[in-house]
Design a protein around this ligand. Structure first.
Ligand SMILES: [Zn+2]
Length: 507
């Protein structure tokens, strides 16, 4: 048996392939791809995802016709490495492999036309991102690839394939890894080159299928960077950004151009997204031209700036994407931050505006036409750090709400940076739910630290009036306080519901 060709680093992402002898005569194998019997081994973060048990034996690789995998990879290359948005409404922080599975389950029985169309959209997304879509008859592990900012998220479960024989099971525990784009794109691209060079002598249809794959791979190499980054955003939105980009351009002093996407040298993949493209990742696809221009001007105005050494020292870009418990992570990050800065001290409320001023973070208020954006944050090596508070958002109608938005954006600035240590993030229902939940928890804990709550909230005598008075002292919203008391286990569910009802009562 020939040795595997291994491409990549198994501690991050490795694909290993080899051809295998097939005792079955060619004419009894599938007409399409039946020439390509081989072994595939995939290793992510040290876990061999193709490892499975069958008939009491353990195998590290899957043996099947490999050609459909390469066809799927070449056909869906751009989406696989550049598309982040789900094709459905997602409120959880679950990795894509779980989120897409549950979305399909929710929609599969839809009887109305709109529901069926939504199901078709989710299924099309699944086909672009899921390895199992490459060949439904194969026994591949359940793995989904999708972009996350400047990373790729690879997530997997041990769910058995649809047609698994008795006694067949994958052994890897479910998991997810977020990896830099090159760590995944380079091995996958290498695998495509491998099949072209290692296919041997083929004839007839087999030969033609390989020629077609070669041409598909060739056209990928020739794709313009804009075509790659366009896959990150809905087409209409990308088009608006392109127009605004040419209008707003770079700052007049030329000091800080707005990013520009960085493409890998020999692989058709965007390693680092243009700042504007990244910023619009969390925006409704229906945002208007005026708002696009407002946000682009904001980005341009802060490009070329610098952040204070004090802020730089607090930034932690190793925190990574929240995968398991965003609320607990948000609380923990806020408590660490408060402790390092000796907050709240003896003050009766946390002065978040003063805190931002100390860190050199500018605060701008804007009335966007859309109410779906709550706030925007930019920061990084080439930016003067700044936050937009959108006056049109229902969250920002009073000072308590605006303070919450500022604390939420501070969390993004400190902990949600990309590998290039920059952030261009819009907050709202279109942003990734995991980072949004974490930032909300951070904001709640920053403005309502446990000490301060114990000092100002009469936990034993909580009534509508005392909770309203306590919220006023802390300068936070009343319902934000009630939810926070419950989420931090200072009151039980019964008390929370009683207060909710009392606060709804107009008398
Ligand atoms: Zn946010």
């Amino acid at each position: 048996m020939t040795a595997f060709t291994c491409i990549g680093d198994p501690a991050r992402f490795e694909i290993a392939v080899r051809w295998a002898d097939d005792p079955e005569p060619r004419d009894l194998r599938p007409a399409h791809g039946g020439w390509s019997t081989g072994d595939l081994r995939l290793t992510v973060a040290g876990q061999v995802l193709t490892r499975h048990q069958h008939d009491g034996r353990t195998y590290d690789y899957v043996r099947w016709y490999l050609f459909p995998i390469f066809e799927w990879l070449a056909t869906n290359w751009v989406a696989l490495l550049h598309e982040e948005r789900p094709a459905w409404r997602e409120n959880s922080a679950a990795p894509a492999v779980t989120a897409v599975f549950l979305a399909l389950r929710r929609l599969i029985d839809a009887e109305d036309r709109a529901g069926q169309a939504r199901y078709a959209d989710v299924q099309a997304w699944w086909r672009r991102h899921s390895l199992r879509a490459a060949d439904p008859s194969a026994l591949y592990p359940d793995i989904v690839f999708r972009r996350l900012g400047d990373d790729v998220e690879v997530s997997w479960t041990a769910r058995p394939p649809a047609y698994a024989p008795d006694g067949f099971r994958f052994v890897s525990a479910p998991g997810a890894a977020t990896l830099p784009i090159p760590d995944v794109a380079q091995p996958l691209w290498g695998a495509l080159q491998w099949v072209l060079s290692a296919a041997g002598n083929l004839s007839g249809e087999d030969q033609r299928s390989l020629v077609e794959l070669r041409s598909r791979i060739g056209s990928l190499s020739a794709l313009a960077t804009a075509r790659l980054e366009a896959a990150y955003l809905p087409a209409k939105l990308f088009d608006r950004i392109e127009k605004a980009r040419s209008r707003v351009g770079t700052p007049p002093d030329g000091s800080g151009s707005i990013g520009g996407s960085t493409r890998m040298a020999s692989v058709p993949a965007v390693e680092r997204l243009d700042d504007a493209v990244l910023m619009f990742g969390g925006v409704s696809p229906d945002i208007g031209v005026r708002d696009v221009q407002t946000l682009m001007r904001f980005l341009a105005a802060h490009a070329g700036g610098q952040e204070s050494p004090e802020l730089s020292a607090l930034v932690d870009s190793t925190v990574g994407a929240p995968l398991s418990a965003p609320y607990e992570e948000g609380y923990d990050l806020a408590e660490q931050f408060l402790e390092e800065r000796d907050l709240p001290g003896s003050a009766s409320a946390v002065d978040v505006r003063a805190l931002l001023a100390t860190l050199g973070i500018a605060v701008k208020e804007r009335s966007l036409r859309t109410s779906t954006i709550r706030g925007v944050a930019v920061a990084g090596p080439n930016y003067g750090p700044a936050i937009i508070v959108n006056r049109s958002s229902p969250y920002n109608q009073n000072e308590a709400g605006r303070r919450f938005t500022l604390a939420h954006e501070l969390c993004h600035i400190l902990f949600d940076r990309s590998r290039a240590r920059r952030i261009a993030h819009t907050s709202g229902p279109w942003a990734a739910p995991g980072v949004e939940k974490r930032a909300n928890a951070f904001a709640a804990m920053l403005l309502m630290p446990r000490d301060l709550v114990r000092r100002s909230v009469p936990l034993e005598k909580l009534t509508k009036d005392t909770v309203i008075a306590a919220a006023a002292t802390l300068d936070v919203g009343v319902s934000a306080l009630v939810e926070h008391l419950y989420n931090t286990c200072m009151i039980d569910e019964f008390k929370r519901d009683e207060l909710r009802i009392a606060l709804r009562d107009p008398s």
